[in-house]
Write a protein that binds this ligand. Sequence first.
Ligand SMILES: C[S@@+](CC[C@H](N)C(=O)[O-])C[C@H]1O[C@@H](n2cnc3c(N)ncnc32)[C@H](O)[C@@H]1O
Length: 258
Amino acid sequence: MEEMKKFPNVFEEKKGRNTFYFIRTNDKKSFFEERVISKKGELFREVDPERSKLFASIAKGISQLGIKQDSKVLYLGASHGYTVSFLADVVCDGEIYALDFAPRVVRDLVFLCEDKKNVAPILDDANHPENYKEIVPMVDVVFMDIAQREQTKIFLKNCDMYLKEGGFGILALKARSIDVTRNPKDIFRITRSQLDVVMNVVDYRELAPFEQDHAVFVCKRKSSEPIDFLNIPSIVVDQKKNFLPRKEFSKPSFRKRY
Ligand SMILES: C[S@@+](CC[C@H](N)C(=O)[O-])C[C@H]1O[C@@H](n2cnc3c(N)ncnc32)[C@H](O)[C@@H]1O
């Protein structure tokens, strides 16, 4: 098992054609029924890239995420805390502000935070970043995974308000939440052009086969000047066609390195 140089506390283990990912941890506990193993006196939790877009982007070879061991992270769309629980080990000297608007999942987050002391759960709507300005400071990283039609604008609103100059914004984008009828590659191309207006997109990965029709964009904030939203082109959505059924894709039967 080897530590991945660009990602602190993230390890990979290659076995034949398969690659497994582990996060160094201080917890003996398994939070989501993941494997916890001990090697040379250290503990590691296995993370599944099929359950986490952040770690799927690592498995797909993303070159940088800008996440350091002492980073402060605003995490939008935390859900039950699967990815947050691993990210809390990655940024073991940092902090995570983990937000979701669904009370049911935030309840699980609150339980997680009893063990992960560097995570603060927040019940709020990412579309209203002004709501949590009393709680969230300026951060090194804004990560968003909310699968909403207006996800890019919501992401930029949060970067505008909370991301330090030179900080990293990471957007996990679900193309079919924006328009189910359109080729996801078109959505990714337009999203990139939207982000390019105000951020430097430093890397981008499509996440198949871990997550179909998803991509992760890694952006760096150009300056601390307020973002001019009027310059950002919109994605035009065909409302009438928007109820076509989603095409089913088969998942890989074994884990591969891509
Ligand atoms: C795909 S799940 C996130 C999974 C999670 N990132 C992980 O890897 O474990 C999307 C989450 O975004 C939340 N969400 C959607 N729109 C939101 C909004 N406007 N504000 C806050 N949370 C939102 C949903 O409640 C849901 O829990």
